[in-house]
Design a protein around this ligand. Structure first.
Ligand code: GLY
Length: 364
């Protein structure tokens, strides 16, 4: 299924290896062309390695594997040298690079580096507020907040507990998870992007957006992070009460889709000329397919396939681009334009992998 999109994605990845063999792709393209990212201090480097591991598993092409291994080594050096590690995004970075490598090849160095990443991630946990701080210095009042995206960083911690037998990683992931659910989800099941706490008392203060339209709107990618983040936590926690919440959040995502099934960048918009965020669609599809393993829901899968069909038919970056999906939106409030985003490309390929190989062993 989605043969055209699959072939297109694999061809793009193969072509990109020539330019991005020893470096990463920029987080977003510029004029639909990714630039070289040689620094490896962003939150996004794991998406390129993740794509390479997926492509290797799908094709058996050894060049995909050796390229991913080489780039994973750069991420290993990053974690030991503490370069750009002052962030909660260690989960995104290491699940899709060194955890993926360990799961695919059993490499011991990859496993060790990913455990080290988990070790650093739990240092960002605040006992008082019971959450993992997203960005910046832990002493910084203005950064005393969590963000919904962090749901995707928790699988690294659950995995680290499974691998080491040490419950400390999963304990923190669990505490953060329930704190996050308790504050970012509104009564109508739309979501806040970020949520502040009082550093003195740990009490909840307020929801504030960073990449959405307004503090009371619903940033599409944030909603998609919840549609995927809840199933990933369910996978480890097996808390059946999550199903009801997941259903409401997913219904809310579907209800706010425009007629072509690809969300606007913020779900306050349901028609008109606002830019889309194709990456939010790809993320949500992966979440729906993950939850479907535990709680089969034909209607949701059918709607997810409609999103995939729309992406394949109308949003492949076929002309003058080195990316895969057009019309992803990084951060409209920061002036981003519709571009390819490296995570949109990653999740699109992960969705295709899931559809064609339901038994695929996930990297999360
Ligand atoms: N995690 C950052 C973003 O979704 O843009």
């Amino acid at each position: 299924m989605f043969e055209k999109a699959l072939k297109f994605s694999l061809d793009r990845i193969k072509e990109n290896i020539a330019e991005f063999k020893d470096c990463f792709l920029s987080a977003e393209s510029s004029g639909y062309m990714y630039q070289k990212n040689s620094e490896c201090i962003d939150w996004t480097e794991g998406f390129w390695t993740g794509m390479l591991w997926l492509a290797y598993e799908l094709t058996g092409d050894s060049e995909m594997k050796t390229t991913a291994e080489g780039l994973d080594k750069i991420l290993q050096k990053r974690i030991y040298d503490r370069l750009g590690t002052d962030t909660h995004d260690l989960g995104f970075l290491y699940s899709l690079s060194n955890v993926a490598e360990y799961k695919v090849t059993g490499d011991a160095d990859a496993k060790k580096a990913a455990i080290e990443a988990a070790e650093l991630l739990i240092l960002r946990f605040h006992e008082k507020g019971q959450f993992i701080q997203a960005w910046g210095s832990l002493e910084d009042r203005d950064n005393y907040r969590l963000i919904i995206d962090c749901l995707m960083n928790l699988p690294l911690l659950f995995w680290a507990t499974e691998e080491t037998g040490d419950s400390k990683y999963a304990d923190i992931a669990k505490k953060h998870f329930y704190t996050a659910l308790n504050c970012v989800i509104r009564d109508d099941y739309t979501t806040h992007h970020t949520f502040y706490f009082d550093p003195e008392t740990g009490d909840k203060v307020k929801g504030v957006t960073r990449q959405g339209y307004s503090n009371d709107s619903c940033w599409a990618r944030g909603q998609a992070w919840a549609v995927y983040g809840i199933p990933l936590a369910y996978r480890y926690l097996r808390d059946e009460s999550l199903l009801d919440l997941y259903n409401h959040i997913t219904d809310c995502f579907f209800e706010r889709l425009p007629s072509d099934n690809v969300p606007y960048w913020d779900m306050v918009f349901t028609d008109g000329d606002e830019p889309r965020d194709t990456s939010a669609a790809a993320i949500a599809v992966c979440g729906i397919l993950e939850m479907n393993k535990y709680f089969p829901n034909e209607e949701y899968v059918d709607r997810a396939m409609k999103m995939m069909t729309a992406l394949e038919n109308s949003y492949l970056a076929e002309r003058n681009s080195n990316g895969i999906l057009t019309d992803a939106m990084y951060s409209k409030p920061d002036g981003s334009k519709p571009e390819c985003n490296v995570w949109g490309d990653y999740f699109f390929l992960e969705a295709i992998m899931r559809i064609n190989n339901p038994n695929w062993k996930i990297y999360w």
